[in-house]
Design a protein around this ligand. Sequence first.
Ligand code: E4P
Length: 217
Amino acid sequence: MKFFIDTANLDQIAEAQSMGVLDGVTTNPSLMAKEGITGSENILNHYKKICDIVDGHVSAEVISTDFDGMVKEGEALAAMNDQIVVKLPMIKDGVRACKYFSDKGIKTNVTLVFSPGQALLAAKAGATYVSPFIGRLDDISTDGLNLIAEIRMIYDNYGFETEILAASVRHTMHVIDCAKLGADVMTGPLSSIEGLLKHPLTDIGLAKFLADYNKGN
Ligand code: E4P
């Protein structure tokens, strides 16, 4: 399972990268705004900084909602760095743009996916990644993890190569459940990754080992 971090915060990206377990980064316009990054030039520069920190794929979202606009923006983003994955919304023009980019060998991430049918369309359009938002489904009393299971079944039935990128991961248990269900990738906050480290018996055991070592020294 690949681990992506879902943030535009450079310190957090560097922290996750330094653990040696980070495979990529996802961003969106809200995450950029949260870091105070506004205006197309600043946003492009920020993507460059992110690409300099990580080795893997960096999802960069288009703002346009029409085919021509998405193609123009996506081509500019993809030309910036090989690591860039063009993130497209799950709307009709987004699906069309996805097919356009996949035919050209440009990597794509179809975002804002909330149903198995949407995921099927993204795969048909040749998406590199599909992003089902599990946390936002949980927020409205709908089982986000069930969507991951349904998409896994559909993709396995037909051998679709689109990778299931479980998005809107909010906590560590989401990461574990997505891994059990066979999601190819998860993207979440740094805390969801660091939470995997935690176990009280590890802390107790380490404290005992160190105390015993110090008795003899
Ligand atoms: C995915 O690519 C999105 O950036 C993200 O996971 C959305 O998460 P949220 O629902 O916590 O905003």
